[in-house]
Design a protein. Structure first.
Length: 627
């Protein structure tokens, strides 16, 4: 039976949207209600998702807003992702919305609630009508949220055009599925098996259509354009949560409806993921704009998730249950982890912008002393996205590494060893990038007048970022107890092939199915690292003698030369050598981006996006009538 908390989640988001629209004459109250209803709705969704994981069985029901509803482990995980980030974003927005006072603040709050409603509705829906309506509502709400920036007309138009092209492809794929099954219900789509050629066509249409929402290379063009100009808490929702809806759609169609029956589908997903991971982090390294840099890291991490998904699909096609569980576990765990640490980093960036009003890293510096809580939360997020142990990003990438190594053992393809190398290169460059980011922005001396006189942000914003930082620690240290629940989706897919549970953890230890291959204990690593840090401090405290006082003033040491301002490290200087080495790839960057071909189309007419919206609506009506 459907939990009342699920219905309460949707209702509270609708109340939050209504508050922003109806209380125009009471802006302070409207903003508090917008954030308050978003917080309550997200908390209700969080509890509902945890309940479903605890009972370990799918839940079905009916909602008058969506029709039939089905919450399996995949939908429950997505509900958990949306709700966890929603709680932090809603808390953060209580104070952050002051930045937009008199600039559409009530509209932003109302649209944020409608955005959350649409995302939850999409993952709950178990019929094509509710699913596609919510999918389109996500596009429209985010379009208007991006457009709240008066300088973002061009960016919002490009976003609308690209996502409506994706929606058109998704509609055609669903039309084919529903026509063959004779029903709009997902239950009928699961039972009806398409023929090989038609199944491959549906897979390709859905992969490209949902891929435009997910934002992997070469379908990523809207990400570094639209995300940076949106309000920072909305950027957190877009990058941390919304792009995952594209991955959710790919999983629903390719595995749930089509059964991942073709081997080449998995290899295609794996190859696109590996290329997107490397190119995403490479493009991020060249950025000086902090929000654009984070947007490119979304491209990178979507690629990493796709690698795990591809391995799982290869395992399904080859009937290798262990590979299915391990690959999908790595993908889904990284999907959850990326949602948390990327939202944290966008919110941390929003806190910096709240005080400095700039996205240029070279105008920051020295912020750790003046914004210590923001700096601490951002550091945890930077370590997590760099996959440093024992944080959550390390654990999920470890599972993907182990699934690739397990696939390599089979010796059936050269793709897996190459993917291991590409994932390793991606990880190394991610560390380099965030050493640059944290060093330039938070360490050293202030690089501008505003940076030297800033202060910590309001408490609600600090609480939102610290909450996600704490979740990063929990998902890392608690991985041995969390991973089996996430693995339950893969377990359900292979339940007909194996009679016993496939173990991915024992006690406080993680293992890639076979303990002879590798084992990992995040709590032990954490204790070891803590000891390596504390023992030298303890020895120093016991045996320290007289020492010189700390120097707080004066110019930096410049090897005997007189110090000049231009000697200080810049964001461009850190990556100069790498950019020189990879210059051919940077020159090819426009050709690797579908958006470059659509700029002219989107700029030709301000109504292009809405014309596409009309086309999508017409296709939607034709699909419903045709079925």
């Amino acid at each position: 039976m459907l939990s009342p908390l699920v219905m309460a989640t949707l209702l509270l988001f609708l109340l939050g949207a209504a508050a922003g629209l109806l209380l125009q004459k009471l802006p302070a109250l409207a903003n508090r209600l917008n954030s308050g209803f978003a917080l309550l709705g997200s908390l209700a969704g969080l509890v509902a998702a945890i309940q479903i994981f605890a009972q370990g069985a799918p839940v079905d029901g009916q909602l008058w807003l969506l029709g039939s509803v089905h919450l399996d482990m995949l939908a429950a995980l997505m509900l958990l992702v949306i709700s966890t980030v929603g709680v932090a974003v809603a808390l953060y927005s209580f104070a952050y919305i002051r930045e937009y006072q008199g600039k559409g603040d009530m509209a932003i709050g109302a649209l944020m609630n409608l955005f959350l409603f649409a995302m939850v509705g999409m993952v709950l829906a178990d019929n094509a009508l509710g699913f596609l309506l919510c999918y389109e509502l996500v596009t429209l709400t985010t379009y208007w949220l991006v457009k709240t920036n008066p300088d973002a007309a061009k960016q919002s138009r490009l976003y609308l055009v690209m996502n409506h092209i994706g929606m058109a492809l998704v509609l055609i794929a669903f039309w084919l599925l529903c026509r063959e099954s004779g029903s709009l219900e997902f239950a009928a789509l699961r039972e009806h098996h398409l023929a090989g050629g038609l199944a491959s066509l549906v897979f390709l249409l859905s992969f490209c259509g949902f891929g435009l929402r997910a934002g992997f290379v070469p379908l990523h063009g809207w990400l570094p354009v639209a995300e940076p100009v949106a309000p920072s808490h909305i950027s957190a929702l877009m990058s941390g949560v919304m792009v995952k809806l594209g991955l959710f759609g790919i999983l629903r169609v390719s595995i749930d409806f089509l059964g991942a029956s073709q081997l080449w589908w998995g290899y295609m997903v794996l190859i696109f993921g590996a290329c997107s991971a490397v190119l995403g982090v490479l493009f991020a390294l060249a950025e000086h704009d902090l929000k654009r840099l984070l947007a490119y890291h979304t491209v990178e991490n979507i690629g990493i998730i796709l690698m795990g998904m591809g391995i799982g699909m290869i395992g399904i096609a080859n009937q290798q249950p262990a590979l299915v569980v391990l690959g999908l576990l790595g993908a889904l765990y990284h999907l959850l982890n990326h949602a948390i640490f990327k939202s944290l980093l966008f919110m941390g960036t929003g806190s910096v912008m709240f005080r400095l009003h700039t996205r240029d890293m070279d105008k920051m510096g020295g912020l750790a002393k003046l914004m210590p809580w923001t700096a601490l939360a951002f550091l945890i997020g930077a370590m997590a996205i760099s996959a440093l142990p024992p944080l959550n990003g390390f654990v999920s990438e470890w599972f993907i590494y182990q699934s690739l190594l397990s696939m390599t053992k089979l010796g059936t393809s050269v793709v897996a060893p190459l993917a291991v190398v590409m994932l390793a290169v991606t990880g190394a460059m991610a560390v380099m990038c965030f050493v640059k980011v944290y060093g330039i922005c938070f360490c050293g001396a202030p690089r501008s007048e505003k940076a030297s006189h800033t202060r910590e942000v309001p408490g609600a914003m600090v609480a939102g970022t610290l909450l996600l930082a704490a979740v990063c620690l929990v998902l890392g240290l608690g991985a041995p107890w969390i991973a089996p629940h996430i693995a339950s989706y893969g377990q359900a897919l292979v339940s007909t092939q194996v009679t016993s549970q496939i173990s991915v953890a024992t006690g406080a230890t993680l293992l890639p199915l076979d303990s002879s291959q590798a084992i990992l204990s995040p709590p032990v690593i954490a204790i070891t690292l803590l000891g390596l840090f504390l023992i030298p401090l303890l020895v120093l405290a016991i045996f320290k003698g007289p020492k010189l006082g700390r120097r707080h003033a004066g110019t930096p040491w410049a090897c005997g030369y007189a110090y000049e301002e231009r000697m200080s490290l810049t964001s461009g200087g850190v990556t100069h050598t790498l950019r020189q080495l990879c210059a051919p790839l940077y020159r090819k960057q426009p050709q690797l981006d579908l958006a470059s071909a659509l700029h002219g189309v989107s700029d030709a007419s301000g109504n292009t996006g809405w014309l596409l919206h009309g086309l999508v609506l017409a296709l939607f009506i034709l699909m419903a009538v045709g079925v």
